[in-house]
Design a protein around this ligand. Sequence first.
Ligand code: AN7
Length: 352
Amino acid sequence: MTAAPPALLERYRRLLAQPREPFPITLGEGSTPLIRTRRLGAEIGLEELYLKYEGTNPTGSFKDRGMVLAVNRAASSGARAVVCASTGNTAASAAAYAAAAGLPCFVVLPAGKVARGKLAQALVAGARLVMVDGNFDEALAAVRRLGDEGVAAVVNSVNPDRLDGQQTAAWEVCDALGRPPDALALPVGNAGNITAYWRGFTRYAGEGLIESRPRMLGFQADGAAPIVRGEPVAEPETIATAIRIGNPASWAGATAARDDSGGSIESVSDDEILAAQRDVAHLEGIFCEPASAAGVAGVRKLASGGRLHRSETVVCVLTGHGLKDPDAVQAEEGSLAAVAPEVDAIRSAMGI
Ligand code: AN7
């Protein structure tokens, strides 16, 4: 038996904390696996393709890395409540950490566009759900106003603690590999995570802990690709509801990460996203939500276009767990129709 890894904020206290700052709230976030693919990399044409699987965080997404810092600080600074707008995962994470802190939590969500698992997570933790007849961008604008009015502490990524905490994922990747990768791919929605990873790599380089920084490869969905188009998208649309965002708050951080790293931000179709989600599960046994597969879909595209060399070390961040959004999985193979509970009928259904 090995002991549990230290809590994330303790592990990186030197880089994140004020002197003697207490972090009483933890749900066991971080220390997620970096999995070297065996079959997916070979299929895509990369000898060293890794998956940073953020689905093993306590609420099943990378959001917990920043939420733990934001809620610890909200609680210690005397906040009476926390509030966020969300496409789902931020809400699930805020609800859980607020519950642990004993703080009321309000989440403002686009009605009809949040995956079922995420709604269940926010509900069970006792958050107050407010559904708006609008999209995430409109919800976030309203939440920022509420924050200005002092109604509650805003725990969206406009709160600097969120991105500070999310840097830990970049540090874990370097710690696990013993060096930085050549390229790191991830989905881009509100663009906080790509900003945080780049900041994390830059910090590690500044500390002398790594000698180079990876190219940052961000991927939006075709129907929600404001950074690719160079202008906000008024009505973003994609099956990857987590990244159904038309006017990212960290737009400038994302383009700086792209340009300073020599990387790119491009878009992939919903069909490419779903194919990548299925391949990650079929070939590696890992279930991620659709948005998370955007990075894999993008890496496949770049590799097939000769823009990633087969000997490069590439990390794809799988940002969220597949169980959050079971409705997105199309059961094409395997019928769910019942057969008689008899061996002949079962044998024939098995196709043997
Ligand atoms: C699984 O929960 O914006 O580019 O409100 O849930 O940092 O926004 C979620 C975003 C990628 C995009 N993958 O990250 C929210 C929210 C998953 C996500 C993203 C999200 P950012």
